[in-house]
Design a protein around this ligand. Structure first.
Ligand SMILES: Cc1cc2nc3c(=O)[nH]c(=O)nc-3n(C[C@H](O)[C@H](O)[C@H](O)COP(=O)(O)OP(=O)(O)OC[C@H]3O[C@@H](n4cnc5c(N)ncnc54)[C@H](O)[C@@H]3O)c2cc1C
Length: 515
């Protein structure tokens, strides 16, 4: 397993009657739609925690700030947002308890946020109200017909564990490489991984999802039932329409598969040549057996550590891939490894631990290959990067798209960027002790290369799972022309914005809803 650093990153008091109503779900939320300006809920002065605690079934638990493990449970992956602390955390083991928690929060006028793996870059699974964690629902069950039912709180790591090994299911759903990332967030926003060119994005393999809606109803969404909601759950991002408590996926039987994993690092001088070779390899990959990530990084530890890393997988034998990798090998990588492995061992090799970090990220999804002049600008940027403190990194990571991930039409699911050649993650991470001014300068450098890439690649398209709170035109950037349909679905399912965050989908306002 690789680690992230150095390799790719890759109201009022609840009335008794009101609470009963809330806890049984028969409320009248969902009447007239409120527009985006609907006020943020104000928490009750003295929320009735005991009532919530008593209403929970076995396996679920309420944590208040005095609980020993509260700080660890509250902490988001991105420590940039760790100061936004919840008043309480409810850790739910069933859809019923998610519903109980949701209705209780509504009755108590308390803001809420769902959380699965907690890996949202922009801290959107933090709240000053009630954090509803679905993490205990992490079961992975194999079903007939090569299908997997995956609990709403499972992570990439849980799914790999269930599939791998002698007693494993051997069923694989294309997912991400970071073991701690939640299947919920990953799927709802799209889902890139080292197998998406072969088998599609994570969301493309979704068959059905169970979801607790803002009015407390628990529904199943699939192609035939709640079809709009199902469409929105494949790219419309987490935290917008409800709390997904389980996912049913079509899976691939990988028992007979092998994979070759390769990893090279080069000095920055080879950057243009590397990108040229990689882009040719991807263009020639008719079987979609190849998937690659390239990272240009200045780790902030000195000029000699600036590097370009290539990490990839070829589904199949090592001799064919060696031929394909020959042009890269001729560039004499500083480090190299090529290993033919069983499928699960390969996924383990590609996987990444994800300790908490402090990061800011921006993304782009260009629909053209990168010209050498642009690659040169990226290389120059890494060379000029100023960390201000040792270990403050700047990076540009490219995730190959195309193949089956690019096959659906832009409106087939809510994920619109089907013609993307890459998803580009531009970011910086910084260490404790970095001052506010220094952070601003790191962010300015990141904005600089992002703006330049956006200009030369003629796109502002961005990946909603790499959210950037500074993006002003996020509606178009994340969702393209799908945003209008997403708003209608939001209006039908959550007109009062029970689910809300900085870049949450806005319901239609009165005039728009009437037209
Ligand atoms: C280290 C790291 C590696 C990554 N690698 C990849 C990668 O390889 N490929 C890729 O595509 N992305 C990757 N990502 C991005 C990742 O896909 C997103 O951050 C994703 O949203 C995280 O999901 P989560 O469940 O862990 O996050 P959370 O923070 O728990 O949730 C993300 C959003 O969904 C909401 N949400 C959470 N649970 C639910 C639920 N059950 N129902 C409805 N809404 C919910 C939250 O409120 C939040 O808005 C990576 C991120 C990190 C930090």
């Amino acid at each position: 397993m690789l680690d992230r650093r150095g390799v790719l990153r890759a109201g009022a008091y609840a009335s008794a009657a009101g609470l009963v109503t809330a806890l049984t779900g028969h409320d009248n939320a969902g009447a007239a739609p409120h527009g985006p300006s609907a006020p943020t809920p104000q928490p009750a002065v003295n929320p009735n925690w005991q009532q919530l605690e008593k209403a929970l079934q076995s396996g679920s638990k309420l944590y208040l700030p005095k609980a020993q493990n509260f700080p660890a449970l509250a902490r988001p992956w991105n420590l940039r947002y760790e100061d936004r602390k919840p008043m309480g955390i409810v850790s739910c083991a069933s859809a019923q308890d998610v519903r109980t928690a949701l209705l209780w929060a509504k009755e108590n006028g308390m803001p809420l946020a769902p959380r699965a793996g907690g890996h949202n870059y922009a801290g959107y699974s933090t709240t000053t109200g009630l954090l509803i964690s679905v993490r205990p629902m992490s079961q992975v069950t194999a079903l007939d017909g090569n299908r997997l039912r995956i609990g709403g709180g499972a992570t990439n790591g849980d799914v790999a564990k269930a599939g791998a090994g002698a007693g494993g299911t051997n069923l694989y759903v294309p997912g991400g490489r970071c073991v701690g990332v939640g299947i919920a967030g990953l799927t709802l926003g799209g889902g890139l991984g080292f197998n998406d060119r072969k088998w599609g994005l994570t969301c493309d393999n979704l068959v059905e999802t169970e979801i607790v809606l803002a009015d407390g109803s628990i529904v199943r969404a699939n192609r035939d039932t709640e079809a709009d909601l199902f469409w929105a759950c494949r790219g419309g991002a987490g935290g917008n329409f409800g709390i997904n408590t389980s996912f049913l996926f079509d899976a691939v039987d990988v028992s007979r598969r092998t994979a070759t994993v390769f990893h090279f690092t080069f000095g920055p001088g080879s950057g243009e040549e590397i990108m040229k070779i990689v882009q040719e390899m991807l263009a020639d990959d008719r079987g979609n057996d190849l998937d690659i990530r390239i990272e240009f990084e200045n780790p902030g530890t000195g000029p000699h550590d600036v590097n370009v890393a290539v990490l990839g997988q070829y589904l199949g034998g090592d001799s064919a891939v060696r031929r394909r990798l020959d042009p890269l090998l001729r560039l004499r990588p500083a480090e190299q490894s090529i290993e033919q492995l069983g499928f699960w061992t390969a996924q383990e090799k590609l996987s990444m631990v994800s300790e908490h970090e402090t990061v800011a990220s921006k993304s782009l999804v260009p629909h053209t290959w990168l010209p050498s002049t642009t690659v040169k600008e990226i290389v120059d940027w890494t060379l000029k990067w100023k960390p201000y403190r040792r270990g403050n990194s700047g990076y540009v990571t490219l995730f190959a798209m195309g193949g089956k991930a690019g096959a659906p039409s832009a409106d087939a699911t809510a994920f619109p960027h089907r013609d993307g050649k890459f998803v580009i993650d531009v970011g910086t991470s910084w260490t404790d002790g970095t001052t506010h001014d220094e952070v601003q300068r790191l962010l300015a450098q990141t904005r600089g290369i992002h703006g330049r890439l956006s200009e030369v690649l003629k796109t502002n398209a961005a990946y909603v799972n790499f959210p950037d709170p500074d993006l002003t035109d996020w509606q178009t950037a994340y969702y393209g022309s799908n945003y209008g349909r997403l708003r209608k679905i939001k209006t039908r399912n959550d007109p009062h914005r029970i689910f809300r965050y900085g870049q949450g989908i806005e319901p239609l306002d009165h005039s728009e809803a009437g037209s």
